[in-house]
Ligand binder design. Structure first.
Ligand code: FJE
Ligand code: FE
Length: 297
């Protein structure tokens, strides 16, 4: 096999994401964004969420970053204060740029358990107050490639010669890999980008062939000294994981829940904007999601 990766990145930290309560009755396994790992520049939060009706994430705001929701099972309906509404099901992607402000709800749309991943990507200071926007990609439209017992769904960036059409304002790669038993992956990651692996299913060896196997719900941070990452499936079952990388912003981060800015002053201003329905939150004044209205009846 040709060596695509010259200097491989090794795993430098490993976390097991345990379940915790979030939203209203929802469960998340938070890996990035927990106390021990507040920020992995440019990534603010990585949640593997699990939610069944009537639990969910009712009306709440965001400012200063992007939320990327990638469904694994079931479906979630989102609606925002601009009237943008839709349902994303298994394999679908919603890449939401909150920019200066979104208020929305994210609620189960089917019976049983809805599972997915939500990643919060920080925006550079110059992009924090941009117009909000969405990139939504249905499962059948997500670019896929396969080669040598490896399958990849290209959410963002490029893998195995296949590119995603998603535009990443903060340069980001997001790859969903499935490796059959015996597979060996070499995936380039831009030098100086921060990158991590989150295991969804099976057992994988990451970094070097003699490292310990990692299993589901484990977050592996990769060192940022190499030009790529290698992974092996030495087990008898399929291995599924996401590999995510991003160009660090190198800016100060001041976070107050769903508001992420650069300074305390900007956070104070944001709290005022949200309370007074100004500077992007105008439409929050008279808006409640249909999902939340339904709960009163
Ligand atoms: C939020 C608490 C929250 N992880 N994963 C506080 F739960 C949320 C929030 C979510 C969320 C939503 C989905 Cl669909 C999936 C999630 C947290 O909505 F934004 C704040 N501030
Ligand atoms: Fe949200």
């Amino acid at each position: 096999m040709v060596n695509i990766v010259k200097e491989r990145r090794l795993v430098v930290r490993k976390f097991l994401a345990r379940p915790q309560h979030e939203g209203v009755g929802a469960i998340v396994r938070r890996s990035i964004g927990r106390f021990e790992l507040k920020y992995f520049d440019p990534f603010l939060v990585l949640d593997e969420f699990s939610v069944s009706s009537p639990a969910g994430f009712p009306d709440h705001p965001h400012r200063g970053f992007e939320t990327v929701t990638y469904m694994l099972q079931g479906a979630v309906t989102h609606e925002d204060f601009e009237g943008h509404k839709g349902t994303i099901g298994a394999g679908d992607l919603q890449w939401m740029t909150a920019g200066r402000g979104i208020v929305h709800s994210e609620m189960p749309a089917a019976q049983g358990t809805q599972r997915g991943l939500q990643l919060w990507i920080n925006l550079a200071s110059k992009h924090k107050m941009i117009e909000p926007g969405y990139q939504e990609v249905a499962s059948r439209d997500i670019a896929e490639a396969a080669q040598d017992r490896i399958k990849v769904r290209v959410i963002a960036g490029e893998a195995l010669g296949t590119k995603s059409a998603v535009y990443t304002r903060t340069p980001t790669m997001y790859l969903d890999f499935t490796l059959k038993p015996g597979a060996h992956l070499q995936q380039p990651v831009p030098v100086s980008w921060n990158a991590f692996v989150y295991v969804l299913e099976g057992e994988g060896i990451f970094g070097s062939p003699d490292s310990l196997a990692a299993t589901s719900h484990h977050l592996l941070l990769l060192g940022n000294d190499g030009d790529g990452v290698e992974a092996w499936n030495k087990s008898m079952k399929p291995l599924r994981f996401i590999l995510v990388g991003g160009q660090p912003l190198g800016e100060p981060v001041v976070q107050y829940g769903p508001f992420v800015m650069n300074t305390e002053e900007e956070i104070d201003q944001t709290i005022q904007d949200y309370e007074n329905c100004t500077n992007g939150f105008e439409k929050a004044r008279h808006w409640r999601s249909e999902a939340t209205l339904g709960l009163d009846e």
